[in-house]
Ligand binder design. Structure first.
Ligand SMILES: *Cc1c(COP(=O)(O)O)cnc(C)c1O
Length: 398
């Protein structure tokens, strides 16, 4: 079996039809580059939605994976293991939080944040039993569990999956006044993406996060930042909230914490919040396992040692400027921060992504009209320079 087509036929035969991938079957990756089963090479401009900030098969991360995999992989949390101390110490030291609670997927970490903030609401804020409310934003993306899609404003994410959990209020994004209005005595948290990635790379106005944070503080409401996509360097700072010197009460991380190698997520917060949890309250068989811990440590080391936030900042500014210079009637706006970039088109983005693929550039449409460019943060300027004329040609001729 050699062709992309042959693989896709088999994939379609044996898999649920819940994705619409570009018609390419990848078999190898190194840095920003990936190869398909026919030997064609592409630059990965999606980075698995920012899970690959460190690039494909980073040697340090793979080394950590191999070495840990041959020593100890899983203990469950029924026993301690020696990697957990190292991993959480590193994560807390880097981010400046007192405690971490690691999980596996991003959605699980979001669920964890919901559980912890609700319990904080009942035990610390004094909200009446089962009355806690969390405020979220329109156009949000926080994952795919039934609770989470229950507060999505995207019809397709919800359609056919109800009934949903109560306790969530949806307000417009980028509107601090709406937050102020929506808060009542039962409000325990405000959960927000500093930039809406899946929502089409929507960057809120300067000062939005800070205003919302101040409103939360005034009302004893937890400010919960979902930095699963924006965090760990992607937007040009360690966290996108750093742009407004906002220190959230709870930060949710995932994606790049995995180094692209193995799912790892976590929530970060301080003792007065996390200490509402007691043995038996929450858990996950695979959460914070030795293999995950070793890989996440290496993933964090690469972010720091290779200065990925700074790279994203500088290259992102340059790349966005270059994209803005492209003269194409199909382009409406280039936006983003760091290397989380959205190019909004005047027409559907899918055919452009297919054309980019033919040019050796893998990018994916988000929200129909937007192409997201989010290469691994280890990308070199020359590699972006390789991509630019190809992007230009596609945007001009299709
Ligand atoms: C990807 C993402 C999630 C969900 O993460 P999974 O690992 O896919 O469950 C949640 N929030 C944001 C902002 C994301 O980008």
């Amino acid at each position: 079996m050699k062709t992309n087509k042959a693989y896709i036929k088999l994939i379609e035969k044996y898999n649920a039809n819940n994705y619409l991938p570009l018609p390419v079957v990848l078999t190898r990756g190194k840095g920003v580059w990936v190869w398909d089963v026919e030997g064609k090479k592409y630059i990965d401009m999606l980075s698995s939605y920012s899970a690959l900030n460190q690039g494909h098969c980073h040697p340090k991360i793979i080394k950590a994976l191999k070495s840990q995999a041959s020593r100890l992989t899983l203990t469950s949390r029924a026993f301690h293991h020696d990697m957990l101390a190292h991993f959480t110490k590193k994560l807390c030291a880097l981010t400046g939080y007192e405690k971490a609670l690691p999980m596996n997927s991003g959605a699980e970490a979001v669920e964890t944040a919901i559980k912890v903030s609700r319990k904080w609401g009942y035990h610390k804020k004094g909200v009446k039993k089962d009355c806690a409310e969390i405020i979220v934003c329109e156009n949000n993306f926080h994952g795919r569990t039934t609770t989470i899609v229950g507060f999505s404003s995207e019809k397709q994410y919800r359609d056919g999956f109800g009934p949903f959990a109560p306790g969530f209020t949806i307000i417009p994004y980028n509107n601090p006044g709406a937050l102020q209005t929506a808060i009542n005595e039962n409000t325990i948290g405000f959960m927000v993406e500093p930039i809406q990635g899946e929502g089409g790379v929507i960057v809120p106005d300067k000062g939005y996060l800070k205003s919302c944070y101040d409103i939360c503080k005034k009302n004893n409401v937890l400010f919960i930042a979902d930095e699963i996509q924006t965090g760990l360097g992607r937007t040009g700072k360690l966290f996108a909230c750093d742009y407004e010197t906002v220190r959230p009460d709870i930060v949710i991380v995932g994606k790049a914490l995995s180094g692209g190698a193995y799912p790892v997520s976590a929530i970060l917060c301080d003792n007065p919040i996390i200490d509402v949890l007691h043995p038996g309250d929450h858990g996950s068989t695979f959460g914070a396992n030795p293999l995950a811990s070793a890989i996440a440590m290496a993933a964090l080391d690469v972010i720091v040692q290779e200065k990925l936030p700074q790279r994203a900042y500088t290259l992102g500014n340059w790349f966005r400027e270059r994209l803005r210079k492209i003269d194409s009637s199909a382009m409406k706006e280039v936006r983003g921060k760091g290397l989380l970039i959205g190019v909004e088109l005047t027409k559907e983005a899918r055919p452009y992504c297919e054309a980019l693929m033919k040019q050796g550039i893998l990018a994916k449409e988000t929200h129909k009209m937007v192409i997201r460019f989010a290469p691994p943060l280890i990308v070199k300027k020359q590699e972006l320079q390789w991509a630019l004329p190809r992007i230009e040609e596609v945007l001009k001729t299709h």
